[in-house]
Design a protein around this ligand. Structure first.
Ligand code: PCA
Length: 204
């Protein structure tokens, strides 16, 4: 059976929750279309450690798709079209690192684009009445840093997940407190299932 590696992050920055990690954990073991097994990984909010864990999981599971998720203070579910090879952390990551004005991966490209057709995924989420749009800015913190590594790995044409890796930011949930925008956890969950189902559709 083909597998899809789904990652989410732990809470960070003083928050007690992170919907990305909660939903990834809840979807572990789910089978899409009767033929794609979701394998989930909950990652620390520290790029080096998160990336080492991801590489190990990729070697173990040999996924055909890799979908990474994180939370961002936005009103919509946003598949990210690109990563910018640049870090400018405004707060420390969960290991206490603050990477200011440095490349994620020195000496290589400035941007990496996903090979995934994000418009189709956005349409699948919106069909449920859940807000979604493509984003071209994953920030300059751990998610974008991680996405640079992910797109770089899967830009190798012979990689099993070549052209099939994606990062998705999801909104905060009301229980996190602070300022809106929020989206209920159940809506984010349904939206991500719609995205994963459309992504792995056997006829595409
Ligand atoms: N969001 C952060 C890092 C972890 C997460 O869930 C980000 O957008 O960089």
């Amino acid at each position: 059976m083909d597998s899809l590696l789904l990652t989410g992050f732990e809470p960070f920055g003083g928050d007690s929750r992170n919907p990305s990690g909660e939903i990834a954990a809840a979807l572990d073991g789910t089978v899409l279309h009767g033929k794609v097994l979701i394998r989930s990984l909950i990652l620390p909010v520290a790029t080096h450690d998160a990336w080492q864990l991801t590489i190990s999981a990729v070697r173990r599971c040999k996924p055909r798709w890799i979908v990474a998720t994180g939370v961002a203070p936005r009103p919509t579910i946003t598949p990210e079209s690109q990563a910018v090879n640049w870090c400018d952390y405004r707060i420390p990551d969960n290991s206490g690192n603050v990477r200011r004005d440095v490349p994620s991966v020195p000496g290589t490209r400035r941007t990496y684009h996903t090979g995934v057709e994000t418009n189709k995924l956005v349409a699948a989420i919106r069909a449920l009445g859940i807000p979604s749009e493509t984003s071209d800015d994953a920030g300059r913190f751990v998610c974008n840093d991680f996405y640079t590594h992910l797109l770089r790995l899967t830009s190798r044409p012979n990689h099993r997940a070549a052209g099939r890796s994606l990062f998705v930011h999801v909104p905060k949930v009301p229980e996190m407190g602070g300022n809106p925008p929020f989206l209920p956890l159940a809506d984010i969950h349904r939206g991500l299932v719609a995205l994963l189902t459309a992504l792995t559709h056997p006829h595409d």
